[in-house]
Design a protein around this ligand. Sequence first.
Ligand SMILES: [Zn+2]
Length: 339
Amino acid sequence: MNVLEALQAINSRFGPSGQERRVAEKIRALAEPYADEVHTDVMGNLIVHKKGAGARVMLCAHMDSIGFMVTHLEDSGLLRVGAVGGVEPGDVLGTPVRFANGVLGALQQEEGLEEGKKREMGQLFVDIGAVDAADARARVQVGDMAVYHTPTYLSGRSIFGPYLDDRVCCVALLMALERVQNSPNDLYFVFTTQEEVGLRGAQTAAFAIDPDYAVVADVTDCGDLPGSGHTCSARQGGGAAIKVMDRSVICHPQMVELLRDLAKEGKIRHQMDVMDCGGTDGGAIHKSRAGVVTGGVSIPCRYTHTPQESVALSDVTDCAALLAALVQKELPPIERVGG
Ligand SMILES: [Zn+2]
């Protein structure tokens, strides 16, 4: 699988939280040749099953992106929007956006705002070139969502694009799936929904699958940029980042150790991932039912949630290699109360 091509194919699909269907369709098409069963649940999660006799192992990456929802149409035809997921208003000024029906526009801010002050979503609007409210309403309704309309491309060692969080990990999961041959484990590759608004898809998927083990693939913040201090440990190009902790989960020591051992054995470049902000689907999964032995493999990402995120291509292949090593490793089923 060509990383950039697969990513561009997935990223060209519209898929903010709650509206991931188009992204799921593309991933389904890429996964089906390697799967025993594929289905979509009520929440929209895409669940790809690769049958095996042993422990149930759930790998997951989220399909949804952050976005913007129309809250109000001004008389002038400008649109007011609210954030869907974690948007920093100051990061998005001048960004082109598109709606599900293909309508294009640009995010801009009100005139006369004080320089250097933090921006609020309420000070932003989307200009879709409408003459007035009626013209705007003919093309976009209150409740419609928009996403960044920016390119996905390779420059030097890195991929740049919107929504690498978490489409790049969807690609890593597909790469791992492609490599599975007769795994001793019962494997579920889960492409989840609504992570950006509170790990919602992962919660129901974990309940339904009831896994013994789970590994979450997501991006992690980079600590290697000027001024970033030491609030997160990962650096771009440093290899698969084995998660120890973020704000949503303290990974099970058994899984941290296992992933580290597998990386060493397979000579896969790796680093440890500690992130003092944000969370992942692991936050919901590890607390599902009676608890799940949960870990994470992360791809270090710069400028997360901005219109142009960036990851090193080598980190994507390292992450895929580690996920593939994990699913091939025979894991003992977890003893459950009551047998
Ligand atoms: Zn994410």
